[in-house]
Design a protein around this ligand. Structure first.
Ligand code: ZN
Length: 413
């Protein structure tokens, strides 16, 4: 299939992105579109109308994922699913998630108008939730489709205003058995395009990133307990200073992370007790977030770092407690889809690279469920989750064009 000149769709793309950004628009030119909120409902309804006007069959599932379907003529039960998430963070930008939905809509529309019905069924999906911005749960949309999430998980969840998850869902019209159960067994593959949310593509002057892996993440809370004491009368060699020891551990782990290619380790939060100028700290608690795309590297890094933690705290007479509360494994994208996509990009002579995603995406949930491909376009200055999020219109259009050709190859040939 001949790829269109980017200019042909730039206009339509930016109009649709602006249209979507109007649902939940904030004073600072940002977007706040939280799950089951009024802007969220209006955005999903508006998208349903757009899908309908393109000639797609539309339906919601019982958690609020929206689908626009073009039924295949040969393999109807082998659905090629493409899309991204409609929810945003608080004061987010207009590209995160929304771009993937708009790209999929325009690609599917173009193919349907030019070539009629595909051999395999194409469905464009506007996933109800990915960010975890309203309730303490993320990937509710993709997780419900793939069976990672279930209704029984949400009973005790409330948002910051104390509104129960179930109540918010019911107020939006979902979770009441009015729509089909979200669980699907007919998905042949999932394709997502997304803004990079990092600076790698822009720095290397490349237009597209073919994602090979989405990083695994481990998160911990580490508490050191020593003894609070007088800052003036306690000699240095008689102290059990939890904060001084914490500094040693943080310094060690940060240095070690720097020596490891592609690994990132972050201590983003530290709490000290009693947190007083003239008292030796009796307790220090810090968080640790470690990410890499190879499971073994992650595990080895953590175990070596924790060996050092144990040794050091023993020597300094400090009690150590390590609690792990996240253990998401790295997810590999499908190699066949990746190589097909790469071939297509090379043919069009578009500057690209293969890369790892350091951020989480719906593709990581689909990636353990069905063959999945994730394609990035650049984020200006790497900024995301901010009203300043920006991607050049020509780059956005290139992403749509590649998705269109890719969908054509998978569904029509
Ligand atoms: Zn996103």
């Amino acid at each position: 299939m001949k790829v269109k000149t980017p200019y042909a769709i730039q206009d339509e793309l930016s109009k649709m992105l602006d249209f979507l950004a109007s649902f939940g628009a904030t004073e600072n030119n940002g977007v706040s579109r939280l799950l089951y909120s009024s802007p969220w409902i209006r955005a999903q309804q508006a998208l349903k109308e757009v899908m309908h006007s393109f000639g797609f069959q539309t339906h919601f599932d019982d958690v609020g994922n929206l689908f626009g379907r073009i039924e295949g003529t040969v393999e109807r039960e082998q659905v090629i699913l493409t899309g991204s998430h409609i929810d945003s963070v608080i004061e987010g930008g207009k590209y995160d998630g929304a771009y993937g939905i708009v790209a999929s809509l325009l690609a599917a529309k173009e193919l349907f108008q030019k070539n009629g019905k595909p051999k395999k069924t194409i469905e464009v999906v506007s996933l109800c939730e990915e960010e975890g911005s309203r309730f303490p749960l993320s990937f509710w949309g993709s997780g419900s489709i793939t069976g990672k999430h279930h209704f029984d998980e949400i009973h005790s969840l409330t948002d910051d205003d104390g509104i129960p998850f179930k109540k918010a869902m019911a107020a939006a019209g979902f979770g009441l058995n009015n729509y089909p159960n979200p669980r699907r067994k007919d998905i042949a593959c999932f394709l997502e395009v997304h803004v990079e949310q990092g600076i790698i593509l822009e720095n290397s002057r490349q237009t597209l990133g073919v994602v090979s892996h989405i990083v695994g993440q481990k998160r911990f809370t580490i508490t050191l307990t020593g003894q609070s004491n007088h800052a003036g009368t306690t000699p240095m060699n008689a102290r059990k200073d939890a904060l001084a020891t914490a500094c040693d551990l943080i310094h060690h782990l940060t240095n070690k992370a720097k020596q490891q290619s592609d690994l990132v380790a972050t201590v983003g939060n530290i709490q000290v007790k009693p947190n007083v100028v003239n008292v030796v700290a009796g307790e220090a608690t810090f968080t640790l977030d470690v990410r890499h795309h190879q499971k073994e590297t992650l595990t080895t890094f953590c175990s070596e770092v924790f060996d050092y933690f144990h040794k050091t705290t023993d020597e300094q007479n400090i009690k150590l407690n390590i609690t792990q509360w996240m253990d998401d494994e790295p997810v590999k994208m499908d190699e066949t889809l990746m190589s097909k996509m790469t071939k297509m990009i090379k043919k069009e002579k578009i500057p690209f690279r293969q890369m790892v995603s350091g951020a989480g995406h719906d593709s990581q949930v689909f990636g353990t469920f069905c063959p999945t491909a994730l394609l990035f376009v650049p984020s200006h200055q790497g900024i995301s989750h901010s009203p300043k999020e920006y991607t050049k219109p020509e780059d956005l259009a290139t992403g749509v064009n590649i998705l269109t050709s890719f969908l054509y190859e998978l569904a029509y040939t």
